[in-house]
Design a protein around this ligand. Sequence first.
Ligand SMILES: Nc1ncnc2c1ncn2[C@@H]1O[C@H](COP(=O)(O)OP(=O)(O)OP(=O)(O)O)[C@@H](O)[C@H]1O
Ligand SMILES: [Mg+2]
Length: 420
Amino acid sequence: MPGGNAIVAIDVGTSKVCTVVAEATADGRTAILGVGLCPSRGIAKGAITDLDEASATIARAVERAERNSGYRILSAYVGLSGAHLRSTNSRGAVTLPPGGAEVTPQDVDRALEAAGNIPLQAREEVLHLVPRTYNLDGQEGVAEPVGLVGRRLEVEAHVISGAAGATRNVVRGVERAGVAIDELVPEPLAAARAALTAAERTMGAVLLDIGGGTTGLAVYVEGAIWHTAVLPIGGNHLTNDLSIVLQIPFESAEEAKTTHGRATPEPDGAEGDDADRLEVAGFEGAPQVVSRRLLHEVLEARLEQLLQLVGKELRECGCEGLLPGGVVLTGGTAALPEVAELTRQVLGVRARVGAPRQLAGLGDALDGPAFATAVGLAQWGLARQAPVERPRRPARSDTGRRERREGRRGLGRWLRELLP
Ligand SMILES: Nc1ncnc2c1ncn2[C@@H]1O[C@H](COP(=O)(O)OP(=O)(O)OP(=O)(O)O)[C@@H](O)[C@H]1O
Ligand SMILES: [Mg+2]
């Protein structure tokens, strides 16, 4: 924490590492005090694949944010991603002392801990617990049980688990860059925090963050998180396809995608013969003419496949038909023209492109879909500072100690979010 009421967030993405220094304004917006960006190395599909390169990238992004903000960065809220993340909805209950005792924060923690006791695969651990709703003596839909009187408290929780090794590597990458970790936060939840409106969450909506190497998914039903997943497909796959089909270098395909790309071809007739010719840099820099329509068709084909996979996730988690709020698209790939239209066609729901909401200060620098995760992590950290949302357990700064203590109970790191 840089001092005062400012907090730091680091989004360790496949394409870029983004460090944000932020502070809450009096009216509850997020004032951006500084930003540090660095193109990623040593990170693939949201996971660290080369510790030295990844920690050097993180260190550079942190240094830039320090220069940009004038703060010294000691600790940060850090995003956790990768296809190893999975979610389970589970229930846990505790019996309260006889004689009509008030529910205490410790009772709530015990109930959550019981809910987190899910069957785990080898080398998997529970990373995050979110209470969805409480039931007190049979009374459903209790939002905040602390202070109420009862005999049996049950919590319905959203449990996010993931590979212990991949998680530890993120911790090591960040700590090696000289930054302690305030909390690890699953990235789809962070992006949802920044980009979804409360109304969308209540109606039922999906946050779809299509980054460079991954697509993060966070599904909200009746105001609470219902399903979280990360698919190992992102914008890099689109660029790769273009590079192969158009037979041009990856860098040139990336440039063509970001400057001339569309998620669907233009309507018939709009692209005449001449208009269809697009000059790009070929191998060894020689100019090469490619078809604009073919470029768009390649992007459409891969995006359609990705969206069909998303549709399958939604069917399998049982929330199809429960999402009138539709899909909110974030991540760099959401900048592709017509991506919301294609999403509507493939998934048959409303769709819009989202960006971080309620920014102030240097917020203009982060006012795009690619920054939803970084800003969401910052907003997560700021909410933790507010007295009502302070975690009931101390924020984790000494990974090893907490891991040892909690690992014994088979619960892994134990992080939680309060109901919105
Ligand atoms: N204008 C644009 N049109 C199309 N694609 C774009 C555009 N701008 C950025 N992208 C793509 O967005 C992707 C990067 O998105 P983002 O910055 O959200 O990724 P990331 O967070 O680093 O990665 P991940 O979340 O997968 O770990 C790249 O594939 C890039 O090509
Ligand atoms: Mg990302």
